[in-house]
Design a protein around this ligand. Structure first.
Ligand code: NAD
Ligand code: UD1
Length: 370
């Protein structure tokens, strides 16, 4: 099957994982279209994508909550599949503001599915998370492990999975790929796109990169008394480019076979907090000051994926190492100390500004001026 001219809609495609998936789909010969409201991303990413692909980037600005708008976009671009990234993802915030999360994450998915039904597109890949497993009894975690979500955010992911399963049961014409990501980190090797958290990062890798670049004094290592070899928490870190390629494999599998699946995307290997810190020191050539701090509420000691199902079903496996992840995160952070904000004017001149943003009212403007 050829991907030529097949258009795939990426809701939340201007975000961290969506922008890397845009690149992977484009490299694989698909035509990706972004739909994003920029609630957690910056339009400057569109110019970076245009520069990297050498092509005009198609982006529709609006919310997935607006069913009519999403249906219009699917029809206008004749999308054969949707990858639904759009949503909120901060676990702590979901505890403080659960309705915001249920509305955008669960309401957003229902709206996208209704729009797809109206527009006659029935293939969807959904961004789920290993957080649905909660505190697992055993590692590695297989897809059969019981789900036990612990935060409102995790509940939204499991509710979305259930909605997709019910839909598929009601009409087998639906093709549903649920991807449970482990810990995506790293950046595109060009250093032009990467993770750009707003405010103080919650997650380990962006925090480490900000310490390395001098934006923060030191890393607080949350807990050194876990039952792990060095006492710090172990996670399955996964290069975002590997993850992006996993989405291409998932879209291909959905379009080629009349099939649905739920798979883990990880490397299958765990790395401790100190392991990440030392890998980052190797990559950057800089010492990372750190201090042990109390355990963070809600953290588990250790988890990593069983990745055999992804290999069997999608013919996909992660290829990049923790050293690659640290090198690319460092390259991104060094080239963009403030992320997409405060881009130096010379950056804008270097980039081709040929991406176009369509606003909800149909008007168009260059992304750089948005
Ligand atoms: P991100 O915040 O960088 O990207 C999400 C994008 O969705 C942003 O560009 C944001 O502006 C957009 N968005 C949010 N609500 C929207 C709405 N109502 N309408 C249109 N656009 C909207 O996050 P990410 O890290 O790229 O994550 C993508 C998806 O993967 C999310 O669903 C997240 O829950 C899931 N996920 C992420 C991780 C991770 O570690 N990053 C891990 C597991 C699962
Ligand atoms: C968190 C989210 C999870 C989400 C994932 C990827 C929680 C409880 N879970 O997982 O839902 O899918 O991010 O976005 O928030 N650490 C430090 N110092 C720091 C930051 C982190 O020591 O400043 C440690 C943590 O204690 C943990 C490890 O680093 O052991 C990884 O943390 P993080 O990157 O936040 O990911 P998770 O906790 O696995």
């Amino acid at each position: 099957m050829t991907a030529f001219n097949q258009t795939v809609l990426l809701t939340g495609g201007a975000g961290y994982i969506g922008s890397h998936t845009f690149m992977a789909l484009s490299d694989a010969g698909f035509t990706p279209v972004i739909l994003d409201d920029f609630s957690n991303s910056h339009p400057a990413v569109l110019d970076r994508l245009a520069h990297l692909t050498g092509q005009r980037v198609l982006c529709e600005r609006g919310s997935v909550i607006d069913t009519g708008f999403v249906a219009q976009v699917i029809r206008r671009h004749q999308c054969v599949a949707v990858i639904h990234f759009a949503g909120f993802k901060a676990v702590g915030e979901s505890v403080q503001q659960p309705l915001k999360y249920y509305h955008n994450n669960v309401g957003g998915l229902v709206s996208v599915l209704q729009a797809m039904q109206t527009a006659g597109c029935q293939s969807i890949v959904f961004s789920s998370s290993a957080t649905v497993y909660g505190d697992p009894d055993n590692v590695p975690i297989t897809e059969q492990c019981p789900c036990a979500p612990e935060s409102p955010y995790a509940h939204t992911k499991l509710m979305c999975e259930d909605i997709l399963t019910s839909l598929r049961a009601s009409d087998p014409a639906w093709r549903v790929g649920i991807l449970r990501y482990f810990n995506p980190v790293g950046a595109h090797p060009s250093g032009l796109i990467g993770e750009d958290p707003d405010g103080i990062p919650n997650n380990l890798m962006p925090y480490v990169t900000q310490v390395a670049v001098g934006r923060r004094d030191k890393l607080n290592v949350f807990g050194n008394d876990y039952p792990t070899p060095d006492g710090t928490g172990i996670r399955d870190y996964l290069h975002v480019t590997d993850l992006a390629e996993g989405h291409v494999a998932a879209v291909r599998a959905l379009l080629a076979r009349h099939d649905s699946f739920t798979v883990n995307l990880g490397t299958g290997e765990g790395t401790s907090v100190l392991g990440v810190l030392h890998a980052f020191e190797r990559a950057s050539g800089r010492p990372i000051p750190f201090e042990f701090a109390p355990r963070r509420a809600g953290d588990v000691a250790e988890y990593f994926a069983d990745v055999s199902l992804a290999k069997t079903l999608l013919n996909w496996r992660a290829l990049r190492t923790i050293d690659d992840m640290c090198r690319d995160s460092w390259h991104w952070q060094q080239s963009n100390p403030d992320g997409y904000r405060n881009m130096a004017p010379h950056d804008l001149n270097v980039l081709q500004t040929n991406s176009l943003l369509s606003n909800h009212d149909g008007s168009r403007q260059p992304a750089a001026s948005a």
